[in-house]
Design a protein around this ligand. Structure first.
Ligand SMILES: Nc1nc2c(ncn2[C@@H]2O[C@H](COP(=O)(O)OP(=O)(O)OP(=O)(O)O)[C@@H](O)[C@H]2O)c(=O)[nH]1
Length: 590
């Protein structure tokens, strides 16, 4: 909670009253209450200064952003939002106060709409925003506080891993326990300080170093666990019981230089802090048992409370709805203007938005949200907004970066991967006919069969399916066999267990020979570039020198030789029955 005089103290008082039935006169430091069987809630008022905000962001699990609805957003709200993003990721809920200062119901409704739009834009669409409609006997309306308290009680928290692996304490009291004699001898001697507070995160190790926000790094002399001051009572406690004074955490100054002035300053600060209801020192701390805050540990009572809260018209309270500050994508600096003005007897820094939804725009949205008249109604569903309103919210400020995203996507789609890697000259335009480029031809030479020359291996490729980046889409339809063809059908029939394997083997032998023959005629000479061996087209060589009869004989012999070679190869794989048979057949033939 931040910003001045928005109602922070009053809200804490009302929440404490709700949980404990006790009235507190002043909010001095953190207030811890028991909110369930296994759950405690600690309220800490965030001071209206940047250091206080940074400290609060570090330990808070939930940030209640109080906004004076009668005034509008103040710069502090957005400064705090930015700090929350950097220093911790607490969940965020908005609370609108001072709404009773609107006399005109219509104006109130419009303002609520406008602030909600803005809140959603700055936090995230659907972020929870409570309305506190006004005061009754100087207090907020009971029902509204009841609803808010229930949300806080049942809210699920997912602590950051950094927080769970680092011990931290929000000290609610400190004592100077330096032996008086030492101080008497040297007023500027190192002091022993005892700090009291709830340890969170994980266990403190003896001898570890500690950082005291705004003061420096110190050695930890020891840590002592005290009895839980709340275990026997359902009431609030502001300080640790005096009876437990003997137990302490001592921090010895390493730099040996906490001057008496500094000490006095610290005390002064502490006093002034008390006076202005601020927190000091600005360290962290909440329940001693971190599990208490873990939603997984929520009790039946909590679950019942959550259901109850939902029945009472609350929104679903899902994690998405509460989302962390991490979801904030907007940089308020880009669009926001600060307007310093004198208002209500003090200087206030109003946050102005260039493209704020003006009253004219809101008229339209008002029509779709008649049920919003009830100032104290905490529920707001999606139906409260018309589709146009939603678009307005969605596209209000973010539309600009979305536009640039679209442009980038379109320009990316036109990029060729090869072009990006090798530069423009090496690229092959997608619509250019494949194989036309000389580079490509020279590359292909390596893998071409001799005699093939410039034969286009990619002939028959489905050019329409060609994708320069996605080569897996190449499909050579001409290579596909027509499995409905009777001949092919017959060829594989005997390959099955039920078939005649010897017949199949013979057929295979002959068809292999024929295939080879076909291949020879089709591909001509072949040179194995690896071995340097040349495989000529024997048919061609012999045709001019021998007679037709001789030619036939030699051709027959050549076929047999090839079959023998095939059989020899197949024989090396005895697990194929057909290969063994073929090899026997060949032997007989030879
Ligand atoms: N009319 C009206 N007055 C309110 C409302 N909320 C708070 N106030 C009054 O505003 C004044 C300031 O309230 P505080 O609770 O002290 O506000 P604060 O944010 O703690 O103020 P600082 O600690 O000074 O920053 C008190 O007089 C409250 O009674 C509200 O919703 N309506």
């Amino acid at each position: 909670m931040m910003a001045k005089e928005v109602g922070k103290s009053l809200l804490i008082k009302c929440l404490v009253k709700h949980y404990t039935k006790h009235n507190i006169q002043e909010v001095q430091g953190p207030i811890t209450i028991v909110s369930g069987k296994k759950r405690r809630v600690q309220f800490v008022e965030c001071p209206n200064d940047i250091n206080g905000m940074i400290d609060a962001a570090k330990f808070a699990d939930l940030a209640l952003l109080l906004i004076d609805g009668s005034y509008g957003f103040e710069m502090e709200t957005f400064e705090f939002l930015n700090i929350l993003q950097v220093h911790g990721f607490p969940k965020i809920m908005g609370v609108l106060t001072h709404l009773d200062q609107f006399k005109d119901v219509k104006k109130l409704k419009k303002t609520k709409q406008r602030l909600k739009h803005r809140f959603w834009t700055e936090i995230y669409d659907g972020a929870k925003l409570f309305y506190l409609s006004g005061l009754i006997h100087g207090k907020y309306v009971k029902r509204e506080i009841h609803n808010l308290a229930r949300f806080i009680s049942v809210m699920k928290f997912h602590p950051l891993s950094w927080r769970t692996s680092h011990p931290y304490v929000l000290a609610d009291r400190f004592e100077d326990v330096t032996p008086p004699e030492r101080v008497r001898l040297d007023n500027k001697c190192d002091r022993n300080i005892t700090l009291y507070g709830y340890l969170r995160g994980c266990n403190l190790k003896k001898g570890t170093k500690v950082h005291i926000a705004g003061v420096g790094d110190y050695n930890l002399a020891g840590a002592t666990a005290l009895a839980d001051p709340l275990s026997s009572s359902f009431h609030t406690k502001y300080s640790i019981d005096e009876k437990l004074e003997k137990s302490f955490i001592s921090l010895f100054s390493r730099n040996a230089n906490i001057s008496s002035e500094a000490q006095n300053d610290a005390k002064d600060n502490h006093e002034s802090v008390d006076h202005s209801h601020n927190l000091e020192p600005n360290e962290s701390g909440e329940e001693s048992d971190a599990e208490d805050l873990d939603g997984s540990e929520s009790t039946d009572e909590d679950e019942a409370a959550q259901k109850d809260a939902l029945v009472n018209g609350e929104s679903d309270g899902s994690d998405e709805e509460y989302g962390a500050a991490a979801k904030q994508k907007v940089d308020p600096q880009d669009r926001m203007k600060e307007q310093v003005e004198f208002h209500g007897g003090r200087l206030r820094r109003k946050a102005m938005f260039g493209n704020d939804i003006d009253d004219k725009d809101l008229k339209d949205s008002d029509e779709g949200s008649e049920g919003d008249d009830d100032v104290g109604d905490q529920s707001f569903s999606d139906s409260e907004f018309s589709e146009e309103d939603r678009n307005e919210v969605d596209m209000g400020n973010v539309s600009k970066w979305k536009e640039s995203l679209m442009d980038r996507t379109i320009s990316k789609q036109n990029n060729n991967l090869m072009q990006l890697v090798y530069g423009k000259s090496a690229s092959t335009p997608i619509n250019e006919k494949q194989g036309d480029s000389e580079d490509e031809e020279s590359d292909d030479e390596f893998f071409k069969l001799k005699g093939e020359g410039n034969k286009k291996l990619r002939e028959g490729f489905d050019v329409e399916n060609v994708d320069a980046d996605e080569c897996s889409k190449f499909t050579n339809h001409s290579d596909l066999k027509n499995w409905k063809d009777e001949e092919i059908y017959e060829r594989i029939r005997d390959r099955f267990v039920t078939g005649d394997w010897s017949k199949a083997a013979q057929r295979n032998m002959l068809s292999t020979a024929n295939d080879e023959d076909d291949k020879d005629s089709a591909y001509g000479d072949f040179e194995d570039l690896e071995t340097g061996e040349k495989h000529g087209n024997h048919k061609k060589e012999e045709s001019g020198n021998v007679s037709m009869q001789k030619e036939d004989e030699s051709e027959e012999q050549r076929k047999l030789k090839k079959l023998a070679l095939h059989a020899k190869f197949d024989a090396q794989y005895p697990f194929l029955v057909k290969s063994v048979e073929i090899s026997e057949n060949i032997k007989l033939l030879i």
